[in-house]
Ligand binder design. Structure first.
Ligand code: GRF
Length: 232
């Protein structure tokens, strides 16, 4: 990790990259006091790579299909990431489960956004599973990455109500713009050193955080803590 200059984000993305773009916009607007050192993908055709290149960001592909063994892929991915001396590793739609050694190596410095109100619905197909379970609400979570998939401590969430007639597609469509507000807001807290992972516990301003911060209740989209919520 580099100790000099603005914090360096390495963003990992496998898909279209709309969260990566939201983060890049916040960086460009000067809201995060950080720069994106690189966007790394496991898929050469990821929209995120094209979107990043268009913004003049460095991109790297570590193509999973070129490796027979997962260990070799992960070693190459780790080398690519570490080459950029990241302060933070930001998973934004990265569709590979990362191995324990890579995750441990970056413990407390790697975050992910997941489209559910964790701990509900870890894993894939979250919008469909919310509807199948007849749940009244849905949302997204930003969490620290630990070796168990989608199980790391949750920093922040955004919620939305399920409406009559919602489908997996309409839920995904309504959730995505909220993710684009939640992720930069949460990164702002991390980059300002207001939120940290100490052992297994999230600390907010050096006090254990007992529940995730909720966007627009506890946390504003520009990363300020709001009065009234338990963040008070
Ligand atoms: C988002 O729904 C995110 O929550 C999930 O993967 C999707 C990525 O979308 N982890 P995008 O590539 O950022 O547009």
């Amino acid at each position: 990790m580099s100790d000099h200059g603005p914090a360096r984000l390495v963003v990992l993305a496998s898909g279209r990259g709309s969260n990566m773009t939201a983060i890049a916009r916040a960086v460009e607007a000067g809201h995060l006091g950080a720069r994106i050192a690189a966007v790394v993908s496991d898929r050469p055709d990821a929209g995120a790579l094209a979107a990043a290149a268009k913004r003049g960001l460095d991109t790297v592909t570590v193509d999973r299909r070129r490796f027979r063994r997962r260990e070799a892929f992960e070693a190459s991915l780790t080398a690519a990431i570490d080459g950029f001396e990241p302060t933070w590793i930001v998973l934004a739609g990265f569709m590979r489960v990362l191995g324990r050694s890579l995750v441990e190596h970056h413990r407390g410095r790697m975050v992910n956004i997941h489209p559910s109100l964790l701990p509900r619905h870890r894993g894939l197909d979250t919008h469909r599973r919310v509807l199948d379970a007849g749940e009244p609400d849905h949302g997204a979570s930003v969490h620290f990455v630990t070796p168990t998939l989608d199980a790391g401590p949750v920093i922040s969430q955004v919620r939305l109500d399920v409406q009559p007639g919602d489908t997996a597609d309409t839920l995904a469509e309504r959730l995505l713009p909220l993710e684009h507000r939640l992720y930069p807001a949460t990164l702002a807290l991390l980059l300002n050193h207001r939120v940290e992972l100490i052992d297994e516990t999230i600390q907010l301003d050096n006090t254990p955080l007992d529940q995730p911060l909720v966007l627009d209740r506890d946390l504003s989209a520009d990363g300020r803590l709001l009065d009234g919520g338990h963040a008070g």
